[in-house]
Design a protein around this ligand. Structure first.
Ligand code: FMN
Length: 197
């Protein structure tokens, strides 16, 4: 076998981009929250299971850990600015629900709320938690899916073309943490301007 000497060695990362960005809602009663997440994967087919990776530093981490539930909410691409806002602010500092046009609604099977403005909501029950060096990997069963009629195909499956592809994370374009020129006030004003259709 010849050695590959034409490619440059670059710093390793989880370089599978683009990946979806979803809004995770979690918690119960008065203590509910929403944040953005791109470390999500389908990990089992029967029953349907997904995994999400959450840093222990996130306020949401403990809510998910305690209630063992969360919902995955697929945003419209137009919700990017809202996603950036809830993905760069913490419930420790403000009630995010009060600042942007996102409405928590009751799920049917789990304690975590769903986000009404998102066209697709997955109710997830946590089955396993794996502690990794920087993140906790929560493995969860998808126990119910709610979807707007107009994003379903003839077989009653969610058609992601109809969700306009959802929102995606592209390395170098969207950051998990505030970037150098992060201006929370400007972001908040833009996020508040977004209104559901
Ligand atoms: C596009 C995007 C993707 C993100 N992906 C993740 C992720 O996969 N895991 C994670 O723990 N945090 C992720 N974050 C960061 C959290 O959303 C962010 O730290 C948030 O402020 C946590 O809120 P909380 O403290 O209220 O729980 C992401 C943020 C953005 C903007």
């Amino acid at each position: 076998m010849r050695s590959s000497n034409t490619k440059r060695l670059v710093e390793p990362n989880t370089t599978l981009y683009p990946v979806p960005v979803v809004l995770i809602a979690c918690g119960v009663g008065d203590s509910i929250n929403v944040f953005s997440l791109n470390r999500i994967a389908s990990c089992n087919a029967e029953p349907p299971m997904i995994s999400i990776s959450v840093r222990p530093q996130r306020a949401s981490h403990d809510l998910i850990d305690k209630t063992r539930s969360f919902s995955v909410n697929i945003p419209w691409p137009e919700m990017e600015v809202v996603s950036n806002f809830v993905g760069t602010t913490s419930m420790r500092d403000l009630d995010k629900w009060e600042h942007v046009a996102l409405s928590p609604v009751e799920a049917q099977m789990v304690s975590a709320p769903l986000i009404d403005e998102c066209p697709v909501n997955l109710e997830c029950q946590v089955l396993e938690k794996l502690t990794l060096p920087s993140h906790s990997l929560f493995v969860a069963q998808v126990i119910a899916i709610h979807a707007d009629e107009d994003v379903l195909n003839d077989r009653h499956e969610v058609d992601y073309q109809l969700v306009k592809g959802g929102l995606t994370y592209k390395a170098g374009q969207v950051r998990e943490r505030p970037v150098e020129n992060f201006r929370p006030k400007e972001l908040l004003i833009k996020a508040q301007e977004w209104q559901p259709k």
